[in-house]
Design a protein around this ligand. Structure first.
Ligand SMILES: [Zn+2]
Length: 612
């Protein structure tokens, strides 16, 4: 029972210092969605979890839900009184008991959002109620939204941060002669056959099902509806594990205008909620197949960081190139041709890739996430919104960095060229276009024009050293990941230093006097520091610090061991941890705010530790 009315979605740290859960632990995250473990006596259940209402009412599920009015409500304030997971009901309105509760340690493992069934009144209400609830409760307790889950909306519920659903709706639909399918529901009398292979549907025909008496038919339909919901829960869990629940949600919401509206409202008004929870890097490919893909946190974050955390190298010629299907771009056949045309002048030219949905990708950042990890359907047609977004990215980049360059060359054709011309006109700048109207950028003719243009502009400039070229990549990646200045501090040769970069692109390794400082982890598109590397740029890592307690960590640092953590930290960020007894580097497994507010779970995976 906890209840507050909040008007906006800013996280309210109601329970900041409360010690909460004993039986629930979050193990894995994909944005706001999580996989967790709920420990019941004798067994552990994974969330996202589907509760069976009949099992709950017969007491088969060993959990306890406490309402504010229950006589044992005050027991929730005592840590050791319970040996099963306990939940408290989260009321939608301000409840008089709330004032007593908010500052006291209330020991619960999950919260139940009460009167959730009326959330279907409006998409905004649906968003508000769930996001408010999630913001109001600690990150390491589960959220159960009862009685509204269907096979159609379950993935979206998990995407928003719901951990537990139940089959109430599936059972009620059974009594209403409603047959649920993955993409919605059909009245039993509208079906010609049963489009499913579950144990119910495989065992009888539609006419046999229709012929059953009311009670039996309702139970059979309920069993089918529940089986479908169970399957959907498992599918969503698999997506969370793979880190691509968002793609699945974009696909699932298509079947319903209500759910599509919910996703669009989330993208429009809840970006802060998702920004706090979205990982900095993933292993998998980000598929941008829908109009909503343009609004993803990963896309907005990348575009913002190109403006805020990137300084182009000191080169006088900017060359704008089109993107390629293969990533990193420079491994594609088209880019091999562009690079060949630039030849030995490469080190004097700054390459910028124009692309949807990321906007602009400086060549030095082509291996970072998501620049090397996205895919879009290519048709040659760009819709108005895509054009507007990519134009705005190029416009912002040029406005900020134009003073670096003497000349802007664009080796672009088709829509890319139109976008670039429009931006150049807006800014009143002259751009040299090297592709004739209607001629492809990879044609012999276009490449020859590029070659001539570059050689004319560069004249007798000498080829840049291999070290300088490689260092520009590591420098840009360090700036992008930590803050501007970090990169220069990391790669700049100080007096008497023997610093070198080895390895095949993009798996570069930076070392000093034989000891490694940093390496590019191409599977994640990140730069991993060693303790020596972190020491070297310590002054630039203040946004990625985790303060730990009085111990020397091994393997991983758990949330209770974290004293404080920078707010900027997101899942998969490179972090440095500092305590009285140890200094080290590792990868964040939860956001910085979550490390501070959680009592359970792995906060940092340690890569290297040095006892102090
Ligand atoms: Zn079935």
């Amino acid at each position: 029972m906890v209840n507050v009315k909040i008007e906006n979605s800013k996280p309210i740290k109601t329970f900041k210092n409360c010690k909460m859960t004993k039986f629930y632990e979050v193990r894995r995250r994909d944005g706001a969605a999580r996989i967790g473990i709920l420990s019941l006596p004798g067994e552990k259940k994974q969330t996202p979890l589907l509760f069976r209402v009949d099992a709950l009412s017969t007491g088969e599920e060993a959990i306890k839900v406490v309402h504010a009015e229950d006589s044992n409500f005050n027991d929730l304030f005592q840590e050791d009184l319970w040996d099963v997971p306990r939940g408290a009901v989260l009321l939608p309105e301000v409840h008089p008991l709330f004032t007593n509760v908010k500052d006291a340690p209330l020991f619960v493992d999950f919260f139940v959002l009460s009167i959730a069934s009326n959330m279907h009144n409006s998409p905004r209400d649906f968003v508000r109620r769930i996001i408010d609830a999630r913001n109001m409760i600690p990150p390491d307790v589960a959220l159960w939204v009862p009685a509204i889950a269907t096979a159609e909306n379950a993935a979206l519920l998990f995407y928003m941060g719901v951990d537990i659903i139940d089959d109430t709706n599936a059972v009620i639909n059974g009594y209403q002669a409603i047959y649920q399918v993955e993409e919605g529901e059909i009245r039993l009398n509208e079906l010609e056959e049963l489009p499913c292979n579950c144990s119910v549907c495989a065992s009888l025909s539609i006419n046999e099902l229709r012929g059953k008496d009311f009670k039996e038919r309702a139970l059979l339909l309920a069993r089918h509806n529940t089986a479908l919901l169970d399957k959907e829960t498992k599918k969503a869990k698999e997506r969370i594990r793979a880190g691509n629940l968002r793609e699945y949600v974009e696909m699932k919401v298509r079947s319903s205008t209500f759910l599509t509206a919910v996703l669009r409202i989330l993208d429009l008004y809840e970006s802060e909620y998702f920004e706090l929870r979205t990982p900095i890097a993933r292993r998998g490919c980000m598929k941008a197949n829908t109009m909503e893909s343009l609004k993803r946190i990963e896309v907005k974050r990348f575009a913002n960081r190109v403006l805020e955390r990137y300084e182009p190298p000191a080169r006088k010629i900017l060359l704008i190139l089109p993107c390629s299907a293969r990533k990193p771009y420079s491994t594609s056949p088209s880019h091999a041709k562009f690079i060949d045309a630039i030849g030995d002048y490469r080190g004097h030219i700054h390459e910028l890739i124009l692309t949807s949905p990321l906007g602009v990708v400086p060549r030095e950042l082509e291996v970072v996430y998501p620049a090397a990890f996205y895919d879009i359907p290519v048709t040659g047609y760009w819709d108005a919104e895509e054009r507007e977004w990519v134009s705005s990215c190029l416009h912002a980049y040029l406005e900020r960095n134009l003073r670096n360059y003497d000349t802007v060359v664009a080796h672009l054709s088709g829509a890319y060229k139109e976008i670039c011309s429009g931006v150049a006109e807006d800014l009143g700048i002259k751009v040299v276009f090297t592709c004739e109207e209607g001629v492809d950028a990879t044609s012999k003719e276009s490449l020859e024009r590029l070659r001539n243009c570059v050689s004319e502009l560069c004249g007798d400039k000498k080829r840049l050293s291999g070290f300088e070229m490689k260092a520009s990549v590591i420098k840009a990646m360090a700036d992008f990941q930590f803050c501007i200045g970090a990169g220069n501090e990391l790669v700049a040769r100080k007096e008497g230093e023997r610093i070198k970069i080895t390895g095949r692109y993009p798996s570069f390794k930076l070392s000093l006097g034989g000891g490694v400082l940093a390496r590019i982890v191409s599977a994640y598109g990140t730069l991993a520091l060693t303790v020596n590397g972190a020491r070297r740029i310590e002054n630039f890592l203040s946004s990625y610090n985790v303060e730990i307690g009085d111990f020397v960590p091994e393997g991983s640092i758990l949330a209770p061991g974290v004293v404080n953590a920078s707010e900027q930290i997101r899942v998969n960020d490179e972090v440095v941890f500092v305590g009285e007894k140890a200094f080290g580097v590792g990868r964040a497994k939860m956001s910085g705010w979550e490390m501070v507010e959680s009592r359970r779970g792995v906060a940092v995976q340690v890569r290297e530790v040095r006892p102090l």
